[in-house]
Structure formats: structure tokens, C-alpha cells
Design a protein around this ligand. Sequence first.
Ligand SMILES: [Mg+2]
Ligand SMILES: [Zn+2]
Length: 169
Amino acid sequence: MSFNTLFLDRDGVINRKIDDGYVLKTEDIQIMPGIKDFLAMANNMFLQIVVVTNQRCVGRKMLKEEELLSIHKDINDRTGNFINDFFFCPHLDEDQCDCRKPKDGLFLKAAENYAVDFSRSWMIGDSVSDLIPAKNLGIKTIYIGAGINSCADYTLASTNDICTVFLPG
Ligand SMILES: [Mg+2]
Ligand SMILES: [Zn+2]
């Protein structure tokens, strides 16, 4: 298999990002267009699919960790259960953790738990802080959004277009 691990940001890639807020309950989850079909396709191409997500709302005590886990279970259920794991950073800036993106701790934690080969892995994100750690680790990158992202190998306007990157020809 030429592809190894698919890393995905969560908010803005799998589910719609909430402006100036957080996904705090399952009713807040809106799956982005094309994501379920893309994950079904990726499931046949990648050894594992993992989410790496900053969730400062946990550190802010807006959401309990078990509530976050049930949100992740719901996201997985609604997208075909193709996601092998969710790695999240619950920390605040003052915690000075090693995992809040653009730091690379979540990616390294995934590599402790799975047979990860960064050179054959991909990261999809909607912000530069998603792509900085990926670039540092030698992971290929897809940026979802408008404008120029200097860390992006591919830039797409919509999650609907992700599959085109992986289609032959
Ligand atoms: Mg995001
Ligand atoms: Zn952290």
C-alpha cells in the first residue's frame, strides 16, 4: 500500500466549524459535504485514518472529556465509522503543552499507537496551524480554503473536491 496514514483536522474539514464557538453537543455537528464518501474511499487506500484536533473548550471547562468522546463517536457514526482514532489537545495556551497544533505532539502520539510512516502520510486541514506540523514531519498536505497557504501541497475550495486529489489521472 502506497498510502500510510490519513491525518484529518476536525472542525472545518469533517464537520462544519462553528464561528466564534465550539461543538459542545451532538446537535452542533454538521458533516461537511463529500466527507462521508471521501472517507469510504480513503478507507481502501490508507492503513489508518486519524483525527488530530485542538479542543481548547475542554481546558476552558466548557466540555467534559467524556462529552468530547461522545461527540467523536457521533461524528464517526455519521461518517461511516472509518476513523480509527481521535487525538485531541484539551490544553490552554498557558498549559504550554506539546500537542496544541501547530506543535506536532498529536501526530507523534498517533505514531506511538499506530505503524505510522510520515513520508507516506497525508494531512488535510483548513488552517495553517494544521499544516505546519505536517510539513515539519514530511507529511503531504491538503489545504481546504481560499487564498494561499504556503504549507499546502494542494489547495481546494471545498471538502467536496478532496477525492479528486487521490483519483488517478
Ligand atoms: Mg479546523
Ligand atoms: Zn495540548
